[in-house]
Design a protein around this ligand. Structure first.
Ligand SMILES: NC(=O)c1ccc[n+]([C@@H]2O[C@H](COP(=O)([O-])OP(=O)(O)OC[C@H]3O[C@@H](n4cnc5c(N)ncnc54)[C@H](O)[C@@H]3O)[C@@H](O)[C@H]2O)c1
Length: 362
């Protein structure tokens, strides 16, 4: 596969292009390469500035449509980001969540296997399941997964993503790579309820909304769960390291090749993408966001309402459950791609929050 960045005859298909990660990936492809982009999404409201770009074609369509799937699979590189991935929907809309995270990606994977495209599929760190507070590093190819019971429908998303990974890995003739994000943060993440979306967004947009509205941050079950928040810019750099490696014959990044002689490279691999140095509990995240918001607004943090603890079921509804810690092993990405996330948590949070405040005060 020859995917040189300066080759303007290459088109990458980005499915879910109008979403948080998709909008950053689109910008980076247009800025760092001469590739063309075929972007597919249900809507493109985040991409107003790109809609008339000469190297972009946008299709407002549903991945559930088999004709759309066939069109996407004609391109040599397909990045699939499309998914329902808002936790509050995992409880009330389990069947829709499973269709979105298993049925649609499975159909796309079949089409890519037939056409010979390289499928870069976005899974999730949730496939590691119900991890305990003292669980160690999560390794892509050896950590076992335990999930909550069927009555805890929060696991509808994680189990559908895991099955999609297994299906992709089992398809003969498919050239694939799976990406497992660990809590990416950055501008354009999610929505502000009642303004450009409904329901409960993921934690970054959730806390940002409360701060902008002068409401207390809600700490689900005391905010004891820990996560490794990762800048979306590091995530985009990971993808470029991946694309770069995928263009070499061995499938290994050129500067990592000698250390990995004989390895199958980036194909038929799942990668954790996260920043272990950015681990915080959700309560610590709330404290950091309050301090950053106070700085951005030029007020004293004591002027902001104190966070409040709420039970998971009270906040998200029946069927809520959680993982207490998600610490990625990032050794594989370092070994095969020479990639390591670099952006510190405070920098990523300040950028995200400053964007949110500016964007939603307009
Ligand atoms: N952002 C993270 O931290 C994170 C964490 C774990 C996993 N992921 C995975 O990464 C991927 C992208 O996440 P994101 O944060 O950009 O989410 P997002 O919700 O911002 O973007 C997903 C996009 O997919 C689109 N989409 C959904 N269903 C579709 C359909 N049927 N047809 C066409 N488009 C459809 C949505 O409209 C949306 O624009 C998802 O697969 C998600 O599960 C992200």
């Amino acid at each position: 596969m020859n995917l040189r960045f300066d080759d303007n005859s290459i088109t990458v298909a980005i499915v879910g292009c109008g979403g948080f990660i998709g909008s950053h990936l689109l910008d980076a492809v247009l800025e760092r390469t001469r590739w063309r982009v075929f972007g597919v999404d249900l809507d493109f409201y985040r991409l107003q500035h790109r809609l008339n770009h000469e190297r972009c074609e946008f299709l407002c369509a549903d991945l559930a449509d088999s004709a759309v799937v066939e069109r996407i699979a004609k391109f040599p590189l397909v990045v699939n980001l499309a998914a329902i991935c808002t936790p509050s929907r995992y409880m009330g809309e389990a069947c829709e969540v499973i269709r979105s995270n298993y049925d649609h990606p499975a159909a796309l994977a079949e089409a890519c296997a037939k056409s010979g495209s390289w499928l870069v599929h976005f899974s999730t760190s949730e496939i590691y399941g119900k991890t305990a507070a003292d669980s160690g590093e999560l390794l892509e190819d050896s950590t076992p997964a335990v999930f909550g019971p069927v009555t805890a429908s929060r696991w509808s998303y994680a189990t559908a993503k895991l099955l999609a990974e297994r299906y992709i890995a089992g398809l003969p003739d498919l050239r694939w790579t799976v990406v497992r994000p660990f809590n990416f943060v950055g501008p354009y993440m999610d929505f502000m309820p009642g303004v450009d979306g409904e329901g409960i967004p993921r934690v970054l947009a959730n806390f940002s909304t409360a701060l902008v509205r002068g409401e207390p941050l809600k700490l689900v079950n005391g905010g004891r769960a820990k996560r490794c928040f990762t800048s979306v810019h590091d995530a985009v750099d990971f993808l470029f390291a991946l694309f770069d490696a995928g263009t070499s014959d061995s499938g290994v990044a050129p500067d990592a090749a000698s250390a990995n002689a004989g390895c199958a490279g980036v194909f038929s691999q799942a990668f954790n993408v996260g920043n272990p140095e950015n681990e915080v509990s959700i309560a610590e995240l709330a404290a950091k966001m309050r301090a950053i918001f106070a700085k951005v607004r030029g007020v004293d943090v004591s002027m902001l309402p104190e966070p409040q603890s709420v039970s998971g079921e009270e906040y998200y509804g029946v069927g809520y459950d959680d993982s207490m810690r998600r610490m990625p092993s990032v050794a594989k990405a370092e070994r095969l791609l020479g990639f390591k996330a670099r952006i510190p948590l405070d920098v990523a949070l300040e950028e995200s929050l400053a964007w949110f405040v500016k964007h939603y005060s307009v």
